[in-house]
Design a protein around this ligand. Structure first.
Ligand code: DGP
Length: 143
């Protein structure tokens, strides 16, 4: 089901041109127009879903099932030294297009254009804290 005003739905429907990497019944994969590194690909479900929270398991299953295949093809052709696959959800986490997508970004070494910057707070959490947090999350699983 495609959504009016969704640019990725328009890409799937061919209304907006894209550099298609792969397509089947469930997913569409194409080059991100803002290439972070050569081969940076977006993999999207054909079913419109806004983000990870709203994604039914069967849509997630088909989407994630295609990631290894596409990542491996990128690896094969460009021989990157690493690969990041990631998904942004909501604006504060850098989501700018509200149709679920997985970025697959091949890595070529320092200065290749990608940086993931995070600060670890290992000392702030005891093992009891970790057990408690895990329990709280687990207690809120719905499906
Ligand atoms: P995100 O920030 O995680 O929501 O990523 C959205 C990506 O989509 C961003 O890296 C740029 C890319 N993008 C946006 N519009 C278009 C488009 O019309 N064509 C293509 N190929 N990519 C697009």
């Amino acid at each position: 089901m495609s959504h009016n005003d969704c640019i990725f739905c328009k890409i799937i429907d061919g209304e907006i041109p894209s550099a298609k990497v792969y397509e089947d019944e469930y997913v569409y994969a194409f080059l991100d127009v803002s290439q972070v590194t050569k081969g940076h690909t977006l993999i999207i479900p054909k079913t419109h879903t806004k983000n990870i929270y709203e994604t039914p398991p069967e849509v997630a299953r088909e989407l994630f099932a295609r990631v290894p295949k596409i990542a491996s093809a990128i690896k094969e052709v460009y021989q990157p030294i690493g690969m990041n696959s990631l998904n942004n959800n909501e604006e504060p986490a850098d989501q700018s297009v509200f149709h679920l997508h997985i970025h697959v970004i091949p890595r070529y070494g320092d200065g290749d254009g990608f940086s993931s910057n995070w600060t670890v707070h290992t000392d702030d959490y005891s093992s009891e804290d970790l057990q408690q947090i895990a329990k709280e999350i687990n207690g809120n699983l719905t499906s």
